[in-house]
Ligand binder design. Structure first.
Ligand code: ZN
Length: 197
């Protein structure tokens, strides 16, 4: 699925299972970081655009470097080192990481029905064990879009209640402003729609 869907999904789970913004951020990152192995797309596009012989980093490394158990354990252990509740974050990070894999297996295929994305669970060291599902739906399917919107709205609702949001995964100060605006909008909406007694 798209990085945005992974972000909202992981953040909602993190917000519901942790008790402080730091651990919430770390658990969320466990659901987002696997897609860092897709960043090879940038040099691929740039080298092709500049007329050089195009690199194939995305094709070679996406879903291979960080979408296996080794990448998952490395990500979870690294994130747990910075956590307030290390064991809890370690376990939640592993859970969210595996949810990322399941979501990719379920809904990450290309436009062609045969353009399926496999997961190499023991990659990048072993390409023999491959997970693939023939029912995999398209990355840009309506289901993925609706799922993303639902998770986005849900995460905004939680953010208003808890006082921090998925924006805090990237920048805490920006998150304070973002949640401040959300709370203002919510208060204004309630004031307009509440019938005085
Ligand atoms: Zn992925």
């Amino acid at each position: 699925m798209s990085p945005a869907t992974h972000l909202f999904m992981s953040w909602v789970i993190a917000a519901k299972t942790t008790d402080n913004p730091r651990d919430c951020r770390l658990v969320t990152l466990a659901g987002v970081l696997p897609d860092v192995d897709g960043l090879g797309l940038i040099p691929d596009v740039v080298t092709r655009a500049l007329g050089y012989r195009g690199t194939l980093y995305y094709e070679h490394y996406h879903h291979f470097l960080l979408h296996g158990i080794y990448g998952g354990v490395a990500i979870a252990v690294l994130l747990a080192c910075f956590a307030r509740h290390r064991w809890r974050v370690l376990l939640l990070a592993l859970l969210v990481f595996h949810l990322h894999l399941l979501c990719d297996i379920a809904g990450s295929r290309g436009p062609d029905p045969d353009d399926l994305w496999p997961i190499y669970y023991f990659g990048p060291f072993n390409k023999n064990v491959m997970w693939i599902w023939k029912g995999q739906w398209r990355l840009d399917s309506w289901f993925n879009e609706i799922l993303s919107v639902v998770l986005f709205v849900w995460s905004l609702r939680i953010a208003v209640q808890q006082g921090y949001s998925f924006v805090g995964v990237f920048n805490r100060r920006l998150d304070e402003k973002f949640v401040g605006v959300l709370r203002q909008w919510t208060a204004a909406w309630k004031a307009r729609h509440t019938v005085p007694k």
